[in-house]
Design a protein around this ligand. Sequence first.
Ligand code: ASP
Ligand code: MG
Length: 593
Amino acid sequence: MSIVVQKFGGTSVASADRIRRAAERAVAAKRDGHQVVMVVSARGKKTDELVRLAAEITDSPGPREMDMLLATGEQESAALMAMAVHELGEQAVSLTGAQIGVLTDESHTRARIVRISTERMKEALDSGQIVIAAGFQGVDSRFNITTLGRGGSDTTAAALAAVLRAERCDIYTDVEGVFTTDPRVVPSARRVERISCDEMLELASMGAGVMHSRSIEFARKYGVPLRVGPSYKDGPGTLITPEPADPAPVVTGVAFVRHEARVGLTDVPDRPGVMSHLFGKLSEAKIAVDMVIQDVGRGDSASVSFTVPESDLAGAEQAARDVAAELGRGQVESYNNLSKVSIVGHGMQTHTGVAAQMFRILADCGINIEMVTTSEIKVSVLIDRQACDDAVRAVHDGFALHEARPVVPSVGMAAGIPAARRSPPADEEIVERLSGMEDIVVSDVAADLDQARVTVTGLPDDPGTAAAVFGAIADGGVLVDMIIQNAGADGRAGISVTVPENDADRTVQLLKAALPDAGTAVSCEPNVGKLTVSGIGLRSHTDVGARVFRILADRQINVQLVNTSEIKVSILVTPEEAEIGCQALREEFHLTG
Ligand code: ASP
Ligand code: MG
């Protein structure tokens, strides 16, 4: 019999009435002939209330006790839900994470799942019961209660769907689905019919993220079809699939992180090991770094800039200070009041000028860009927080995301029509080799030796600079790969791009013609190698960056430039180093062939 997982978020179980309605959905699916597992969050704002209550008692609640406390919210919902199902005449059993056997590591408040036993759930399902699982929680090997991080019930749902080989996982929430951007900022934002896991991952940790990003990692890794949609009515929701739509939109959505902060570590020695050192420290502090930029070295000095959520700023600053102290050299600066705005879409892989268009739109609004990073399907800019909403609106309008697009046929979520077929696991072999379910899947490491780097320095740190640079390159028809822009300590900006080797001279000419300003300089390194590490959860697994840079440092490889996104880390080195590094990294992450 097919298994269906239904997850209900906090608002969908906030009152007795809503609990009853959620129970009705589960009962309907059961009577349709499915075995049903419900995953529930804490009611309404319960978790927030508990956090506040703890704060009234102490400034620094111990993480173990915090987990004991927060896990009660989900336990309450699960018990009430079981009663509601009983009232409807079906059998149900509520289970805590511990009772199911959701085994996690010991990192309280941000635990990762190691294993899930299916025995008890299967037994209950086979005896005709609806299983109601408390989301967000597990136990470590010593039976301490752990939680998976805020919003973690989505991850519980996707993980249970994966281990139970569920036919689908429906996430019922208080929104209609995934939107082109946050409708509170742009009222004309539209529901996206279908989005790929990669696009979702690039969006997920941001403001537009409807779901916990680790749940998407599970979905992609284990091929669980996800559908996210409203619990308060019958709506089609958004289907989240491993493959992109074909043809894929150039831009699927605009995401933003309002509260970003930036740390700069300048004037460190330009030699192997520095990045490794920094990333090791950040990883120890379990700080997920967002944008990372290492500037092109000047003389024997290099500088690194990275962004973190504002709440991690103090820890990140400390890590950078420790590195400077241990190196005996380097200055640390930090900047607050920043936001990150990103465009995401598979179509930009094959279209030139998408970044240029974004920069032009921002320039026309007088918005200054402080940092730029890219992946194949994403361009992110760091800007002043005051300009965040304006930037999101302008970019959404500029790419006409409010307009209806050709859509894939929608599938009724509540109507019981089967959702998209389960797609095969990302790579069963890799998955099998994982010791813990949430271990990083580095799906590929590749070296591209046919790239050149072109760098412009001494640019005015003003609105329109990036637009001018990329307008010129796009007009010349050159497909830019990596884009890295950083505001220097000297108040001037630097932009580096990688382009195909054959286009290097032309790119230099285009830039020299477009930038007559005497203060700017264009330089070109015709032979560079680009190492790309791709995978799911590179950002949430804080140790992956550390491992990558340690491997390179061990091989005495000097990192010239770094660029990151949710699903990719790109590193510029020499072509020889790219080959050596690629092999070493493939060994490290057990990639064959
Ligand atoms: N109740 C938890 C939270 O509010 C987990 C969840 O809702 O997914 O973060
Ligand atoms: Mg939630």
